[in-house]
Each structure stands twice: as C-alpha cells, then as structure tokens.
Design a protein around this ligand. Structure first.
Ligand SMILES: Cc1ncc(COP(=O)(O)O)c(C=O)c1O
Length: 372
C-alpha cells in the first residue's frame, strides 16, 4: 500500500503564507506572546526561561493545571505533546490494532483516517449526515464495530462541520463502544470555542476506555506554541508517554510556560471569551454574506470553532474551485474533497473582521467567474 499524504495539511502548509487572504485556517486570528501575557497580572520573564529539555510528559505544574480542567483527572492522566497532532498520533499508534480498521467519523479532519491507511488497517466511516444537519449515523457506527473496528475515532466538535455531538449522542456512542469493548479516541480541540452559551461536553469521565486529545491551537488561539495533550486512564497515559519518547521526546520549554499562563484560572476565561466572541461575530458576517448570494450556498451553523462546511451550487469540483480561487483571487479555502465532502468548501472565518469581509469579496468574485 502506498503512502497516503495528508492532503489538506499539505495544501495549507504550501500556500497559506503565500496568499492575500487565508480562509483555510480553522482557528481564530492568533494572539501574540505579548497579548497572551497581558491577560495575566503575574509577570513572566521569557528571557529567563532555560532552554533545556523539560520533563518529557510536560512539567508537573502544567499537567496538574490541565488535569484540573477534567473532573477526576490527576497529573498522571495527562501527557503533554507537541500539538494535538502529536497527541492524535501517539494515541492512534497505541490504539490501532494490527490490520484492523478504525471506525472514524465522516467528514473528518483526516489525520486519523490517513494514519489508518498508512498503517494499513483502513477506515470504516460512520457518517455525519448532512441532510440531518450533520447528525451522526450511529447504525453505521454499530456496523463498523460489528465488522471488527479496532477503536472509534471521534472529532468532537467536528472538523470540518463545526458540529458538536449532543449529550444523548455521546451516551449512545459510549454504549456502543462499551458493548464491543472498543476504545474511543475523542479529539476535542474545538472545545472551548463554542458559538452558543453551553459548553460542549467532553467524553472524559464517561467511560473507562477513553483517550481525549486537545491543544492550545483553536479555543486558545495560540497554535504556534505547538502544545497539546492526551488525557487517559493512568496506565494508558503511561503507554502514550512511552510512545512520545519516539516522536518529539518533550514539549518545547517556552511553550510549557506559555501553556501554564493560558490555562491558568486567571487567563483561561479571558482567552476563551475572546475566541468565542470572534466565532460569534464572524459567523454572523459569513452567514449574512452567504444568504445574500440567493441560494448559491447552504451551510449548517457550527456549534464551535471558526469553521463550517459550505455547499455550493455551481458546476465545478471543489479542488478545481480552490485552485482557481488561489490563482485568480489569491484566496485560500479548503476544498471539500480534502475533508470528505465534494461540492463543498470549508471556510475558516477566524481572521479579523475587516479581513474576513475583504476575503468574502474575493470569494464572491471567484464565484462570479465560475458562474459567468
Ligand atoms: C480536529 C483537529 N485535530 C487536531 C488538529 C491539530 O492541531 P494542532 O496540532 O495545532 O493542535 C487540528 C488542526 O487543524 C484539528 O482540526
């Protein structure tokens, strides 16, 4: 079996810094170090940070700070990683059973499905059904488990749709996994970036075979720290830590300090409020713009994150559309084909509002060209 590239990440990493407008990003406009530190009354002297290897599963203080966010967790439940990407990688590596497929939510961010292909187990998708407002098809999940899926991969809230599972759906997924003795890997990086008032419920604490992954990239708006974590029962956390000895050894020393600031009881609510404010205001801008285009677009409002899937009614494949927008309009979007839904585009609406408005102007001009 050949290598399956991570098409969306490659598309973004090749072009996102080379276009005028980037609507391919799934986070909000990132904070500077100075902005982050300004949320705290304590002063942090970055110049005094010694650039050695730190405790390789994250400093004791950071692990305790993360554990405090999850009822029943302790610092032994946490493995700090280099981004959610490494967290997902070590979790996948530990949970994947040789030759057995993964039951993966679809559409998807595609990291875990790509790994499943590359490690040769393959994927049994269970759909979020667009006609039902992206609700999960749990009969498909049950079929995947009956067909021998090694574990269940959830992205909750989902990338690309931004839709979160309801408490009832979460309970049903846990019950199905339990019936088949399967682990659940719940990637929760968009938790905390809610559009509504209710926080999204974590899978943590609902089942004894859960690994939760998360990071500072989306809800906290500081992806450049490249800091994430796995949360798991103690013995599983030990095994994940052992895997990370092979990947990055330890998180970056500066990022561990910045993470302690971002996740502190003083700063965390302010950072999350900033993100949620951007998500709410900017989605309203996008929704108004989409509606102004007379039935050309359809979009289910996301529950969390600065992303949504927009279905367009125009005679062009999503990859050709994205390439035309990039070349003709210097605008980057994610073609739906890269996240598992053709004739759609994933729009990231996290840039500053004036930039978002100008980018939508380019998107409109691009569609005018397609429809001419
Ligand atoms: C669902 C999901 N998981 C994980 C990641 C990886 O993010 P990071 O490594 O920046 O935490 C992303 C990034 O877009 C994502 O959307």
């Amino acid at each position: 079996m050949g290598f399956t590239p991570f098409k969306m990440e490659r598309w973004q990493s090749t072009y996102e810094h080379r276009v005028d407008y980037n609507l391919s990003e799934s986070g909000v406009h990132p904070l500077t170090v100075g902005e982050l530190l300004s949320y705290s009354d304590d002063s942090v002297d970055l110049s005094a940070i010694r650039l050695g290897y730190i405790q390789s599963n994250g400093s004791d203080e950071l692990r305790a700070t993360i554990a405090a966010l999850y009822p029943g967790a302790t610092d032994r439940s946490v493995v700090v990683t280099t981004g959610g990407a490494e967290a997902n990688f070590v979790a996948f590596w530990e949970l994947a059973k040789r030759g057995r497929p993964v039951a993966a939510m679809w559409p998807n961010y595609m990291q875990v499905p790509g790994l499943a292909h590359n490690f040769e187990g393959g994927v049994l998708p269970f759909s979020l059904r667009e006609d039902a407002g992206w609700r999960p098809d749990l009969d498909q999940l049950e079929s995947a488990l009956k067909a021998g899926a090694g574990f269940v991969a959830i992205t909750h809230p989902n990338n690309p749709t931004g839709v979160a599972l309801t408490p009832g759906e979460i309970d049903e997924i846990v019950a199905l996994a339990d019936r088949h003795g399967a682990w659940i890997l719940s990637d929760e990086v968009y938790q905390g970036a809610e559009a509504g008032a209710e926080p999204v419920r974590s899978f943590w604490g609902l089942y004894d075979k859960v690994v939760v992954t998360n990071s500072l990239s989306k809800a906290y708006g500081i992806p450049g720290t490249r800091l994430g974590w796995c949360l798991a029962p103690d013995d599983m956390a030990e095994r994940l830590w052992a895997r990370s000895d092979y990947t990055t050894i330890a998180p970056a020393a500066v990022s561990d300090v910045l993470a302690r600031v971002a996740l502190s009881p003083e700063v965390r609510p302010k950072v999350l409020a900033r993100t949620q404010g951007i998500v709410r205001r900017n989605f309203a801008v996008l929704a108004e713009w989409l509606a102004s285009r007379d039935g050309l677009f359809r979009c289910t409002p996301p529950d969390a994150g600065a992303i949504c899937i927009v279905r367009y009614h125009a005679p062009i494949g999503s990859e050709e559309l994205a390439e035309r927008l990039r070349v003709d309009q210097s605008l980057l979007i994610v073609p739906g084909a890269q996240v598992g839904v053709e004739s759609t585009m994933r729009i990231g609406f996290g840039p500053p509002e004036d930039e978002l408005r100008r980018a939508l102007g380019r998107l409109g001009a691009g569609f005018d060209g397609v429809l001419a």
